[in-house]
Design a protein around this ligand. Structure first.
Ligand SMILES: Cc1ncc(COP(=O)(O)O)c(C=O)c1O
Length: 458
């Protein structure tokens, strides 16, 4: 094995195709359903997304070419480095070799621009000049604002109220790239007004912000606006696979075979899918590997919620998707990992969990911040609160490897930096943060709604 801290690929070595796991997943994938409970055709999504992205959404082609213009935009920050976490390993005294894919090097500071540039490109190709979206942590809203600025498009972002208040600098980033940022729920949409009438002091949620963004897109009288989603959907997972495809090449460069353990946090599932799907392809074909998706205890979509049909948003504007869901009305507590506060999950990730290819894990906020502190003080970079979930799980696995005396290779996704999330760190350092656990009564109340929908094939 070659001893390198950072493992680089040249721009020429950047993967030229995305990997579509729908071609390889075992079991039957449940299609999205319309309001009548019947599978929807591509045309039902046409008011919301451009047809070229809808084609990707339903594609089962294994490899999909990355357009040259998208490659050019990706090359602003890609390939991202793979880094060996020597200092973290030493601090833990573990025999494990820990590698992380550093997605924080993108202009917006996370993996989100990987799909933002692709989605903006396909919309532009289709003749769309404005995109509406939601953002939880602010990472996605800034990523899409950045992508739209590269392609001279307008961008409007509904930002979950609690993050809007916690992270004012994210709004400034969006504005710098020419985007507009509004706190959600807002009075600009019917969906927002309805929520505010019932819960005037709500911290907001991704489910509410999605309703607002979809409504703003489909009611634009020019017909030139579409909606763009930063996670959950199949085409978003597809665009993110460049992360895992690069990581595979990089591990090979230092003489590693496949990792023993692949870890990423999961909110809607995109950075998890991006890193893990190219490795799950090997697992499907017999490779021994543990793949862990980490979520907060306060929003336990994969570890506690049922696999069911549900809407992706509170106003039920999206089709019914087969996924793990806490119920579309679920408003998670205002933890600081805003990007992990989502009631649902990517249908592809949910399916992979159902098929036993992925092990979900829930970790409390305080353990995650503690892990983030250790990472910052050893490896140097301050992680996003979402990313600390992957780090906390990595630390658990590295300690287990130490206890068992095993030289495991652990790969995790460093999904983003926390430079705009310092309020959370401040609260942690002042002892003001606490753990939240979703109680049984609340869980029952919010998942009740799922009973009215058809059951997916298990
Ligand atoms: C840094 C970071 N990591 C992870 C996530 C979670 O999203 P996803 O599960 O789609 O990767 C987010 C979402 O905003 C994020 O900003």
């Amino acid at each position: 094995m070659t001893k390198s801290k950072k493992i680089f690929l040249s721009e020429k070595e950047m993967p030229k195709q995305w990997y579509n796991i729908a071609a390889d997943l075992p079991g039957t994938l449940n299609p999205p359903l319309g309001p009548d409970g019947q599978p929807i055709g591509p045309e039902a999504l046409a008011p919301v997304f451009p047809m070229n992205l809808i084609e990707q959404e339903v594609s089962t082609q294994r490899w999909i070419d990355i357009p040259e213009k998208v490659m050019e935009m990706l090359s602003i920050w890609r390939p991202s480095p793979l880094v060996r976490a020597y200092a973290l390993e030493e601090a833990l005294g573990t025999p494990a070799r820990i590698y992380y894919k550093n997605e924080s090097v993108s202009p917006a500071g996370s993996h989100k621009p990987n799909t933002a540039v692709a989605q903006a490109y396909y919309n532009k190709e289709f003749g769309i000049n404005k995109l509406c979206t939601e953002t939880g942590a602010g990472q996605w809203g800034s990523a899409l604002s950045f992508a739209c600025s590269l392609l001279d498009m307008e961008c409007k972002v509904f930002m979950v109220r609690v993050s809007f208040d916690q992270k004012p600098f994210r709004k400034m980033m969006m504005q710098t790239w020419g985007g507009t940022c509004i706190a959600s729920p807002s009075t600009e949409t019917q969906a927002g007004r309805d929520v505010l009438a019932q819960y005037p002091d709500t911290p907001g949620s991704l489910g509410i912000a999605i309703s607002e963004a979809v409504e703003a897109a489909v009611t634009d009288p020019t017909g030139q606006t579409r909606y763009s989603l930063g996670s959950v959907l199949n085409h978003v997972m597809l665009h993110q696979t460049i992360i895992g495809l690069e990581a595979k090449k990089q591990l090979k460069k230092v003489g590693e075979k496949l990792p023993d353990i692949v870890i990423a946090c999961a909110g809607g599932g995109s950075n998890f899918a991006g890193l893990s799907f190219p490795f799950i392809q090997d697992k499907i074909h017999g490779a021994e590997m543990e793949v862990i998706a980490v979520e907060p205890h306060s929003c336990p979509t994969l570890t506690k919620a049922p696999f069911a049909y549900d809407h992706g948003d509170i106003a039920k504007m999206t089709p019914l998707l087969a996924m793990n869901s806490l119920g579309h009305g679920f408003i998670p507590p205002p933890i600081h990992a805003g990007g992990l506060r989502y009631h649902g999950m990517s249908p592809l990730v949910s399916h992979a969990v159902k098929e036993g290819l992925v092990t979900p894990e829930a970790i409390h906020q305080l353990e995650c911040y503690e892990a983030g502190m250790l990472f910052a003080r050893t490896e140097g970079i301050i992680p996003a609160p979402e990313t600390t979930h992957a780090i906390a799980s990595t630390i658990r696995q590295a300690r287990k490897a130490k206890d068992e005396g095993k030289e495991k290779v652990i790969l995790f996704n460093f999904s983003g930096h926390g430079f705009m999330d310092l309020v959370g760190y401040d609260k942690y350092l002042n002892g003001e943060l606490r753990n939240h656990e979703l109680g049984d009564a609340e869980f029952k109340e919010f998942t009740e709604v799922l009973k009215q929908y058809p059951s997916p094939i298990l």
